[in-house]
Ligand binder design. Structure first.
Ligand code: FEO
Length: 173
C-alpha cells in the first residue's frame, strides 16, 4: 500500500504529465501552422510520450492500491515567437518536470518506499533524455541561425522521429 503523501503527489504528477502533453500538442499545432511538418511530428510524438508518462503513473498508483483522481488541465500557450522559442520553452519545461520527479523521489526516500523508488528511477533516467533532446535541437536551430535551407533540412530530420512505446507500458502489453 502506498502512503497518502505519495498518492497525492503522484496524482499531482499525472496532472502535470497531462498538462505537458497538452503543451506539446499546442506546439505541434503551432509548427504545423508555420509549415514545419517535421517539427509538428516531433511535438506530436512528444504529446504521445507525455500521455504515456501519465498512464505509467496511473497504472503504478493502481498497482499499489492507490486511488487515481483526475483534476482539470490548465490552459497552455498557443503562440511562440519562433520555433527556437518553442524548443527553448520545451527545455525550460523539461527542467521543471525533472524537479517534480526529483521531489517525488525525495518523498519515496523519506517514506522508505523502495518500490516507488524503483519506478521513479525510470523517470529520472527518462528526464536526462528529455532535456538532452531539447538541447540538441536548440543547438541545431542556433547553428543554422535563421537559414531557410538549414531549417528545411532540420525539419526533414525531425519528420523522421517515430513513436516508441516506453518500456513500462510495453511490458504491460
Ligand atoms: Fe513527462 Fe517530458 O516528461
Amino acid at each position: 500500500m502506498i502512503s497518502k503523501r505519495l498518492e497525492d503527489a503522484i496524482n499531482a504528477q499525472i496532472n502535470a504529465e497531462m498538462w505537458s502533453a497538452y503543451l506539446y500538442l499546442s506546439m505541434s499545432a503551432y509548427c504545423q501552422d508555420k509549415g514545419l511538418a517535421g517539427m509538428a511530428n516531433w511535438f506530436a510524438i512528444q504529446f504521445k510520450e507525455e500521455q504515456d508518462h501519465a498512464q505509467i503513473f496511473y497504472n503504478y498508483l493502481i498497482s499499489r492500491g492507490g486511488r487515481v483522481l483526475l483534476k482539470a488541465i490548465d490552459a497552455v500557450e498557443t503562440e511562440w515567437a519562433s520555433p527556437l522559442a518553442a524548443f527553448e520553452h520545451t527545455y525550460k519545461h523539461e527542467q521543471h518536470v525533472t524537479s517534480l520527479i526529483n521531489n517525488l523521489m525525495q518523498i519515496a526516500v523519506d517514506e522508505k518506499d523502495f518500490a516507488a523508488q524503483s519506478r521513479l528511477q525510470w523517470f529520472i533516467d527518462e528526464q536526462v533524455e528529455e532535456e538532452e533532446n531539447a538541447v540538441d535541437i536548440i543547438n541545431k536551430l542556433k547553428m543554422l541561425d535563421g537559414n531557410s535551407y538549414g531549417l528545411y533540412v532540420l525539419d526533414q530530420e525531425l519528420a523522421a522521429r517515430v513513436y516508441v512505446t516506453p518500456s513500462p507500458l510495453a511490458a504491460k502489453a
